[in-house]
Ligand binder design. Sequence first.
Ligand code: NAI
Length: 336
Amino acid sequence: MRVAVFSTKPYDIESLSAADERAGHAHDLVFLEARLTKETVPLAAGCDAVCAFVNDDLSAPVLDGLHAAGVQLVALRSAGFNHVDLGTAARLGITVARVPGYSPHAVAEHAAGLILALNRKIHRAYTRVRENNFALTGLLGFDLHGRTVGVVGTGRIGAVFARIMIGFGCRVVATDPYPDDGCQRLGVEYLELDDLLPQADIISLHCPLTPETYHLIDRAALARMRPGVMLINTSRGALIDTAAVIEGLKRGAIGYLGLDVYEEEADLFFEDLSDQVVRDDVFARLLTFHNVLITGHQGFFTTEALTDIADTTIRNLSAFERNEDHLHRVDPSSRT
Ligand code: NAI
């Protein structure tokens, strides 16, 4: 199958080419650096499928263009599919597939990394020591042991994250409409979100972005949290109302903020913009806080996860081509 692979970086080319080689050079992969947008749709001409990542545009006008170009399959290199207009895809007869279960450890461990770095101020210590400043003032942290961690969403990633935090000796409380048996056996206590928020010293978001979870963390949610709470988001940017969180940081209501995702990340993340000025004032404001640590959507970025993503993507392409039933198809009625 001829596949236009959008938003490719060198590591995508490497991992997808290797996976295709393992599958016996099953597909003709056309690697494109460009992000998929209405303007770049013509690059998919002559392709049966497009392979897209989290910041590619898969709204109705783009899907219309892809359909007109003869594309029948959108193979996502991600677990999340909130950026796809599933209704339009279904109407046009375009199948959407995704990578549901790649290494959940990658994101869960990254969330734990943000917590450790923010708590012990490792990012600040790193720059201090390089300037021969060995003073400890301002670097005081707290023991994670004995603290309460609130996990919002205990699916694949949240459940691994909960286990990691139990390993640190934390009390873990969680909220999820479908509690996880394994977590419950480890002693995770399930609560409603409203009851979890006032109990947690650290809150980590691991639920998908849906109409119900859009701005889940808004002014009202922030008002229920413990003063000085640590908030971690490695899931999707729009789970958090960024303006409300900035107010919370200014008031000191939020003591620490760790982000791997950002509401308006599509224009920023995955690119080297170091010779440009940041035009996003909200993002620029976030960067001014010493207690905010932001990474550019790298939670998934481990060797193991990239290999899983590439292998599953190639398998999805082959399954679609051969009409096999192990295609990881996104149900058109899924809520995004
Ligand atoms: P999953 O589908 O296994 O788990 C999501 C869990 O959230 C489910 O148990 C679901 O019942 C629960 N949930 C749904 N609505 C909820 C709500 N309102 N409150 C609490 N829980 C709710 O998904 P997985 O694989 O664990 O991924 C979670 C999210 O992580 C993805 O949706 C994606 O947005 C994000 N992600 C981020 C990556 C990164 O690089 N930073 C990479 C991969 C995923």
